[in-house]
Design a protein around this ligand. Structure first.
Ligand code: ZN
Length: 82
């Protein structure tokens, strides 16, 4: 009977590992790879990190190259959302 339990244990471990990887438990913070966004002010690609300036407008999060671009956007968001 020991072999059956070993097989079940092995299958469970494989399932847990598979689920873990596919749902992002490993590899940190539940994010898939480095997150990229486009700065709405200059249309340049921005790597999203903990220090990236963000602003939530109408339920959507925008990311900016720097605080300056964030301030430009915050003053007149509609101008950059066409
Ligand atoms: Zn920008």
């Amino acid at each position: 009977m020991k072999k059956i339990w070993l097989t079940i244990a092995a299958i469970l471990i494989i399932l847990i590992l598979f689920l873990g990887f596919s749902t992002g438990w490993f590899g940190g913070k539940g994010e898939k790879g480095p997150k990229m966004a486009v700065c709405p002010v200059c249309k340049m690609k921005v790597l999203v990190t903990e220090t990236t300036p963000t602003y939530v407008f109408k339920g959507k999060t925008y990311y900016f190259m720097n605080e300056e671009h964030k301030n430009i956007f915050v003053e007149e968001p509609e101008r950059f959302l066409k």
